[in-house]
Design a protein around this ligand. Structure first.
Ligand SMILES: Cc1cc2nc3c(=O)[nH]c(=O)nc-3n(C[C@H](O)[C@H](O)[C@H](O)COP(=O)(O)OP(=O)(O)OC[C@H]3O[C@@H](n4cnc5c(N)ncnc54)[C@H](O)[C@@H]3O)c2cc1C
Length: 462
């Protein structure tokens, strides 16, 4: 992975912004170190020998929970999924700092107001977190997919609403353009999406959710090659603040899913943002209905080929599902950390409640399940990066991480007793936020169906 020079510039921009300064300085260093890293291969560092432990094995690197993981390079070229590149480690630390310094103080107010603070969106852009995989020439950071997953996880530890805003913008909107749009459309929109324009991904409709390709929104080609869009999209994340939309529409119902095309649509083309949903969780993340009434879209704004919208949506949602897995993973971690810290301070029967075996066993069980979710999420991310099939693993990651998030955040409330049940501690918010993991970007049943279909194919059962 390399962070290129324009990424450094982008990330450095916010140094002047006092609240964001430290995190931004770290990201600039990430960029600089990333460039250095490309010139020295892992094999150029001193070889490390395998050793279980013990003084006699020094200076060989022992497997140890206390040694910094980044020092270790397997002589076989195989590492654990917890092994991140130095740049990824630094990015993680910088995002953690941004989330704690900038997002955390605003979480409760944003949830109560059911509104994203514009300063948070501005901060995400200034930090270079809204174009993580976009090429540096187009204003992005030029980072890996795993880097995007790290960012989504870290943000979710503090606020899953902020995390999904960043997730949808990066893994769905930017990625559709990066992978399928013409060079002209990429050059027109990606720099804006990297600097100040928020994007939405518009697939679902009132009558087509799980059966997404039964959509009714229509696209009609005009004699001059332009398109007219009509219809309604529902449940669209980021849509209250977005200025740019990826829209899927049906051009010929007789062709079924092969009649669907994807378009790059600007709000200024006439998109009407209608009802904003009042939700159980991720309340700061906007979810609205959108109306398209005779919207004229230029021919050049067709993304990919006519009739290939289905393929685009299917492929992109695999990446998106790893992103939701990361959101749920971060959420679970954030909830239990908050609760365990409280429980370690809280005394009953003369000692901290974490000193009771009944509590210790529950905590250990949940932490193990979070770790299992982490392995599934990062395994899917690395498979994607390696260009291997990852549809089943993405479904595993999303399904399991959302189950773990729900259980972990529910347990976190119980571990904090009455305090966990109040809105002041912020623990109950994680549980409310966790419910969405089983619904968007494919419900849990749809994940199970996807997994079984793939297994059926692998085992040649049909
Ligand atoms: C907060 C929020 C944000 C969202 N953001 C976006 C967005 O940005 N863009 C976008 O396009 N969409 C978005 N969505 C839509 C989301 O993807 C859909 O809600 C989801 O796909 C489920 O569709 P549905 O709500 O119509 O439920 P339905 O499809 O009606 O499902 C209801 C229940 O039936 C089950 N079910 C349906 N079909 C089957 C089947 N074949 N087998 C077994 N069980 C089945 C489901 O699992 C579910 O339990 C968002 C939704 C929410 C709530």
């Amino acid at each position: 992975m390399s962070l290129r020079a324009p990424a450094t510039r982008l990330l450095q921009r916010s140094v002047a912004t006092s609240a964001l300064g430290n995190a931004s300085r770290s990201l600039s260093t990430v960029a600089a170190r990333g460039r250095d890293a490309t010139s020295s291969s892992p094999s150029s560092s001193a070889p490390l020998r395998f050793s279980r432990s013990g003084p006699s094995s020094a200076p060989a690197r022992a497997f140890s929970t206390t040694s910094p993981a980044r020092d270790f390079e397997s002589p076989f070229g195989v590492n654990s999924l917890a092994k991140f590149t130095e740049e990824e480690e630094m990015l993680k630390e910088a995002v953690r700092k941004f989330a704690n310094d900038v997002v955390k103080p605003r979480v409760e107010a944003m949830d109560e107001a059911e509104k994203m603070d514009p300063e948070v969106i501005k901060g995400l852009f200034e930090q270079g977190l809204m174009a993580i995989e976009t090429d540096a020439e187009l204003g992005g950071a030029g980072c890996s997919f795993t880097a995007a997953i790290i960012v989504i996880e870290e943000l979710a530890k503090v606020d899953p609403s902020v995390s999904v805003l960043c997730d949808v913008h990066n893994t769905l909107v930017n990625t559709v353009l990066r992978k399928y749009a013409s060079k002209h459309i990429q050059e027109k929109y990606l720099p804006k999406l990297a600097s100040d324009t928020l994007g939405s991904f518009c697939l679902s409709e009132p009558s087509s959710g799980s059966d997404a390709f039964a959509m009714k929104t229509s696209c009609k080609k005009q004699a001059d090659g332009s398109w007219i869009l009509n219809g309604t999209k529902m449940w669209i994340t980021n849509s209250a603040e977005a200025e740019f939309f990826i829209v899927f529409a049906q051009g010929d119902p007789s062709k079924g899913y092969k009649g669907i095309s994807a378009f790059a649509v600007e709000k200024s083309m006439g998109v009407e943002i209608a009802k904003k949903e009042k939700k159980l969780g991720i309340r700061a993340s906007s979810t609205c209905t959108l109306n398209f009434d005779e919207i004229k879209v230029p021919a050049e704004n067709l993304i990919g080929e006519e009739g290939k919208g289905y393929k685009i949506a299917i492929e992109i949602l695999n990446e998106g599902r790893v992103g939701i897995g990361a959101q749920m993973l971060g959420l679970a971690q954030g909830a239990v950390e908050k609760s365990i810290r409280y429980a370690a301070e809280r005394k009953q029967f003369g000692k901290a409640i974490t000193q009771f075996q009944g509590m210790q066993f529950q905590i250990a069980q949940v932490l193990m399940e979070i770790e299992a979710a982490r392995v599934l999420v990062y395994n899917a991310a690395r498979l994607k990066e390696e260009g291997r099939p990852f549809t089943k693993e993405a479904a595993f990651a999303k399904l399991y991480a959302s189950q773990v998030a729900q259980k972990a955040s529910g347990s976190a409330i119980e571990w904090a007793g009455g305090q966990g049940f109040t809105r002041e501690t912020g623990i109950e918010k994680y549980w409310r936020d966790s419910k969405i993991g089983a619904i968007y970007e494919g419900t849990s049943n749809i994940m199970l169906e996807t997994i079984f279909k793939l297994v059926e194919r692998e085992m040649q059962l049909k």
